[in-house]
Design a protein. Structure first.
Length: 203
């Protein structure tokens, strides 16, 4: 889902906890990708930009591939969580919920210009990428389930199954849009219709 992730702020002089240091390193890694491109994201360069020694970076990410995978997962998790919280924080009719959910998903899946795409491209050919990508799809299923639960009387297990199908449909529609087969507005409307249909049928 398309949200803005805040740029990193300078760390204080106090000693950071392991979790805080990891967050600082991921923040800095994201900034490197934004400003210099994913090719410049190496463990050594990250250490320089973060103002720490190389052993500190290696303590958190053993290899460049580990760093890219963790950043890939973190970017997606941050924006999915932000979108989910925004959607569940206010009451909306199903029509609006379906359209906003469809629009955000298609926009995110079809965007080949942001940091998520850049990091994913840097992972191309990695054996771990397929596993990580499936994990991210599973996270999207859970997000769809939580956002749509107030709009249906379906049992949660059945809703999860339908949301799994919806996420697969969203990926296919986004791919069709990227290939120029259908316009983005067309696939968004089609996806919104699928979302409405999936939760309205309680039989």
């Amino acid at each position: 889902m398309q949200t803005d992730i805040e740029s990193p702020t300078p760390s204080s002089s106090r000693r950071l906890s392991k979790a805080e240091r990891r967050r600082q390193l991921l923040d800095t890694a994201l900034l490197i990708v934004r400003e210099e491109g994913a090719d410049r994201l190496t463990l050594g360069h990250l250490a320089v930009r973060a103002g720490v020694s190389k052993p500190v970076v290696y303590d958190h990410f053993g290899t460049r591939s580990d760093l890219l995978i963790e950043l890939y997962k973190w970017i997606d998790t941050e924006r999915v969580n932000a979108f989910r919280d925004a959607m569940t924080g206010t009451e909306r009719p199903l029509e609006e919920t379906a359209l906003v959910l469809a629009s955000a998903y298609i926009q995110c899946a079809a965007d080949n210009t942001d940091e998520f795409f850049a990091v994913g491209a840097a992972l191309a050919g990695s054996n771990e990428k397929a596993v990580v990508f499936q994990e991210l799809l599973d996270n999207c299923v859970q997000m769809f389930t939580r956002v749509l639960k107030p709009h249906t009387e379906l049992p949660v297990t059945e809703l999860e199954r339908r949301c799994t199908g919806l996420v697969g449909a969203g990926e296919a529609l986004a791919g069709a849009s990227m290939r120029g087969r259908h316009g983005k507005d067309e696939v968004t409307q089609a996806f919104a219709a699928l979302i409405r249909g999936a939760v309205q049928d309680a039989d």
